[in-house]
Design a protein around this ligand. Structure first.
Ligand code: ADP
Ligand code: MG
Length: 191
């Protein structure tokens, strides 16, 4: 994926989050405070004015800085820091050759910032499983990413606001897991 396609995919997320705002908010209403849809939309709406499109690396870095300062909530620094970290390893293009490294940077950033592991019912479940799939030579489709998010439904949350719901967090897809399906699809879908 070159700079032009990456820019187009990331800017298309403004429309995606407009469409998905209500459903993400519903998910966050069930096991959080009901702001995840608004948060993601606020972050991506700020992107057109703040994107430095000179290269893949500057696109990722400026996206990270924008998300960090506009999303708010727990997810802002997590996504923001991840994009800044991916910028450091993506080089001139995201290709099948460096995809594994890019996803490792994404996953490591979330693990480090969120102090999170697999099966804690967060965005990390989708990001880390996408990384593992790529390492296994599998291609990443939207449908596959969606199954990773759907798998969070039966988990009990132990991180973030959802952890306050304990057993009651079961039966709902994690909002950040769902938003990371869209983010990952824009970054690496079918790459
Ligand atoms: P807030 O929880 O502050 O309202 P958001 O609603 O925007 O922020 O984001 C909630 C999402 O952030 C959760 O659904 C979860 O995926 C993710 N999240 C929260 N805490 C963590 C954490 N420690 N590690 C990984 N992801 C987390
Ligand atoms: Mg929230």
């Amino acid at each position: 994926m070159n700079a032009e396609t990456l820019k187009m995919n990331l800017l298309a997320l403004v429309d995606t989050f407009e469409t998905q705002e209500e459903s993400l908010t519903q998910l966050d209403r069930a096991i959080g405070d009901g702001d995840h849809g608004v948060n993601m939309l606020r972050g991506f709406r700020a992107l057109p004015d703040n994107l430095d499109d000179s290269s893949v690396s500057t696109i990722l870095k400026s996206t990270g800085m924008t998300l960090m300062s506009h999303i708010g909530g727990a997810s802002g620094p997590l996504y923001g820091f991840s994009f800044v970290k991916m910028a450091q390893v993506a080089g001139d293009e995201i290709t099948p050759n460096n995809l594994s490294e890019v996803l490792q940077a994404f996953s490591d950033a979330i693990a480090q910032r969120g102090k999170v592991e697999l099966n804690e019912k967060t965005m990390f479940d989708v990001i880390e499983r996408a990384r593992l799939a790529v390492d296994n030579g599998e291609s990443i489709t939207f449908e596959k990413l969606q199954t990773f998010a759907d798998d969070t439904k039966e988990m009990i949350a132990t991180k973030g606001r959802a952890a306050y719901f304990k057993e009651d967090s079961k039966g709902h897809v994690d909002p950040g897991a769902q938003s990371s399906v869209y983010v990952l699809n824009a970054l690496i879908g079918d790459e």
